[in-house]
Design a protein around this ligand. Structure first.
Ligand SMILES: Nc1nc2c(ncn2[C@@H]2O[C@H](COP(=O)(O)OP(=O)(O)OP(=O)(O)O)[C@@H](O)[C@H]2O)c(=O)[nH]1
Ligand SMILES: [Mg+2]
Length: 561
């Protein structure tokens, strides 16, 4: 959209009605935004949104039949004179000493009762509240019923308190009439500090060039043109601009008509709040941007995290122990019975890590609540690798997010870092490493080993008995022959040889099976460690990404006029 087209469209916005329900929905969206970003974005960035939600809620709960209009301007521009002229009473002192008005005065058209709560909230002292209703001119004034007109102190005051009071009230009133005079209409303060700031409140802004009587009549249009040009550069394109003379009732007609229209429409309060929502949304826009919320960290970053977690958890040490334990246990079950007992004396490699030993004696559940294993602590390198991997996860997840968010994502990723070591240790301790069952083939080979050893022992006994009988001169045993060799010798030598042969043939199978057991344990441990990473690192990150998505949607809803 071109700039000019945009301005034309904006210029006509003053006629648009603001639907109260739509406004309430937008305010709800701002509230949703605040809930979504709570604790994630700096509070200082959220102050205007919190203020809006609070103020809007109160303003909408108070009288919607009243329209609060403030006369604001530099000292001496004639605010109090206009206030008195509209009220047709001398309510607010007009003076030659500047500044004159130090405290806000209010005049209510219609009964004061309904307006009192509103004035309490706005903070106008009861003694500065007046009622513009008399039996005499009641009919003339009915068109203004519902108007609460405020005469503000000067915003460019030497008195700091005046400026603070003006700034406070400008945040609360429904409509502002900016009063300028022919001498100071181009002053920087009103344009730079106020009109430009309020450019999103064009539809509740009115500008009057007061003291028009001080200009030669031919000059008035020229000054108005110049002022219009300044207003355009302030972003106040299309705001109503009138010339007034407070001292002459005829010079007040235009302003009075404009106020009557405002009061009749009952729209100013809604339009003001809609402008506030626009301002707040524009201020928050940079915090949220238009980035598409990512689904989560990418696979490469997750794989990197899982590797680093496995390293820090000591998975390589455990899987190596699994391989050695498999060899140890298989050796004890299938080895040559003569050396089996000796093998059993050596400690089980998994037991040394306080992991389930033979026969599946699981770690004590009570122990699993504290550091349960003796897996070596992560080295400094493993710890820093884990830190880098977590950082990478956060960086990848927040890559497309606006500047305010990566910090929140990184904090979330690291939020449970302190709990990770224990969680990893418990997981390692609780993982079934797949060594509980004694494979059938161990038992078969073990049985064969016993059989052949038994054969050798029988052969040996037989031979010893034969020698003993011979030595004692007793009749020798009648040894059956196998071919040329006596059976006891065949039993002894065959048994011994067969035992060695079975042991030799089993060894490569055991090594292969041990490597498989290691791979299986590695797979199980990595999967369990990945679950810990998911719970302790990825889930907090996903929660922040979810909050970002909610915040972005809420802000989009809040922006919808
Ligand atoms: N000629 C002329 N004089 C005006 C007009 N309006 C106000 N004055 C005079 O300008 C002076 C200042 O008027 P005030 O109404 O006190 O101005 P103010 O904006 O309330 O000033 P502060 O209260 O100090 O902020 C007074 O002497 C008024 O009589 C006007 O339309 N025409
Ligand atoms: Mg005054």
């Amino acid at each position: 959209m071109s700039n000019i087209a945009g301005r034309v469209r904006e210029a006509f916005r003053g006629d648009q009605r603001v639907d109260a329900d739509a406004l309430i929905a937008r305010l709800d969206a701002v509230r949703r935004f605040l809930t979504a970003v709570d604790g994630l974005l700096p509070d200082s960035d959220l102050v205007p949104a919190h203020t809006l939600v609070e103020r809007a809620g109160t303003r909408l709960a108070l009288s919607r039949d009243h329209t609060v209009v403030a006369l604001a301007g530099a000292t001496g521009s004639g605010k109090s004179s206009l206030f008195n002229a509209l009220a047709q009473l001398e309510l607010s002192p007009v003076g030659v000493r500047r500044p004159t008005t130090g405290v806000t005065h209010a005049c209510v058209w219609g009964p004061l009762e309904g307006a009192n709560h509103l004035l309490d909230w706005i903070g106008v002292l009861p003694r500065h509240r007046f009622v513009r209703e008399s039996a005499l001119d009641a009919d003339d004034e009915t068109a203004l019923h519902g108007l609460i007109l405020l005469d503000l102190p000067d915003f460019d005051s030497v008195q700091r308190s005046h400026r603070l009071e003006v700034d406070r009230l400008l945040g609360l009133v429904d409509q502002v009439v900016w009063v300028v005079d022919p001498q100071k209409y181009a002053d920087r303060v009103i344009h730079d500090s106020y009109l430009r700031e309020f450019h999103r409140h064009r539809d509740v802004t009115l500008v009057v060039l007061n003291q028009a009587d001080r200009l030669p009549p031919a000059e008035v249009p020229r000054v108005l043109d110049d002022l219009r040009r300044l207003l355009d550069t302030d972003g106040q394109t299309g705001v109503p601009l009138l010339a007034t003379t407070a001292l002459d009732p005829a010079g007040m007609v235009g302003l009075r008509d404009a106020l009557e229209r405002t009061v009749a429409e009952r729209q100013a309060a809604l339009r003001r709040l809609a402008g506030d929502v626009d301002t707040v949304v524009a201020g928050l826009d940079a915090l949220v941007g238009s980035a598409r919320p990512a689904g989560g960290p990418d696979d490469a970053a997750i794989n990197g995290l899982n590797r680093a977690l496995a390293g820090a958890a000591g998975v390589p040490a455990v899987t190596e122990a699994v391989e050695r334990a498999y060899r140890h246990r298989a050796g004890a079950a299938t080895g040559w019975p003569v050396v089996r007992g000796w093998r059993r004396l050596r400690p089980d490699p998994l037991r040394r890590l306080h992991l389930p030993g033979p026969a599946g004696d699981q770690a004590d559940p009570a122990e699993s609540l504290v550091a349960a294993t003796s897996v070596p602590d992560p080295t400094a390198a493993q710890r820093s690798a884990l830190g880098l991997a977590i950082r990478a996860v956060a960086d990848r997840a927040a890559a497309d997010l606006p500047a305010a968010w990566p910090g929140a994502v990184t904090s979330a990723a690291r939020s449970r870092l302190g709990d990770l070591p224990d969680a990893l240790d418990r997981t390692i301790a609780g993982t079934d490493l797949g060594l509980d069952r004694r494979p059938l083939w161990w038992r078969i080979v073990g049985g064969v080993q016993w059989l052949v050893t038994l054969a050798a022992v029988v052969g040996l006994g037989w031979l010893v008995l034969g020698y003993a009988l011979r030595a004692l001169g007793l009749p020798a045993l009648d040894n059956p022959m196998v071919g040329q060799v006596p059976l006891p010798t065949v039993l002894l030598l065959g048994g011994l040889l067969a035992g060695l042969l079975v042991a030799a043939l089993t060894r490569p199978v055991v090594r292969w099976a041990a490597r498989r057991a290691r791979a299986r344990a590695d797979q199980r441990l990595t999967a369990r460690v990945a679950q810990v990473g998911d719970e302790y690192v990825l889930t907090p990150v996903r929660i922040v990404l979810g909050s970002y998505a909610q915040a972005r949607d809420a802000l989009r809803d809040a922006a919808r006029r």
